[in-house]
Design a binder for this molecule. Structure first.
Ligand code: DQA
Length: 144
């Protein structure tokens, strides 16, 4: 089983950006945490992060050709704006779990809209890095 862990804009700034919201750990720490967990679950994980909407669309299309089984996806700010990313997920039909480090439900009004939620098999928010590993657990069960 191959899972793509896809992250959107400013996730590369974890540890620097608003630590009171996103914590003090870095993107590198996130990769390590998820990689270690994937080993214990016996699944392969690939990582991609971009600050650019079209790059994320390209990564989703590439995942289709690479026969990726599932996507753990934190689209970050594009969650709330991107029809292009929604369409890419619809086009490829790759089972996707939407993850947010922070509890978006308790934040600003503009964060209450998610274009991704309508295609996501599950949405996990407010659990920090543990949301990513919970998403892996969900995909393993879902893809059985
Ligand atoms: C986020 C929440 C988004 O609203 C925000 O734009 C982000 C990160 C999260 O992980 O909590 O960049 O997706």
């Amino acid at each position: 089983m191959k899972i793509l862990v896809l992250n959107g804009p400013n996730i590369n700034f974890l540890g620097i950006r608003e630590p009171e919201i996103y914590g003090g750990n870095t993107y590198k720490d996130l990769i390590q945490f998820v990689t270690d967990y994937a080993v214990t679950r016996g699944v392969g994980v690939e990582f991609y992060q971009s600050n650019h909407e079209g790059d994320l669309v390209d990564a989703i299309q590439k995942a289709y050709f690479d026969k990726i089984d599932g996507i753990v996806f934190n689209p970050a700010a594009y969650t709330h704006t991107s029809v292009a990313i929604l369409d890419a997920l619809k086009a490829t039909s790759i089972p996707t779990v939407e993850v947010h480090i922070s509890d978006v439900a308790s934040r600003e009004d503009f964060r209450q809209v998610s274009y991704i939620r309508q295609v996501a098999k599950k949405t996990i928010a407010g659990k920090g890095f543990a949301g990513y590993t919970e998403a892996i657990d969900f995909l393993i069960e879902y893809l059985k």
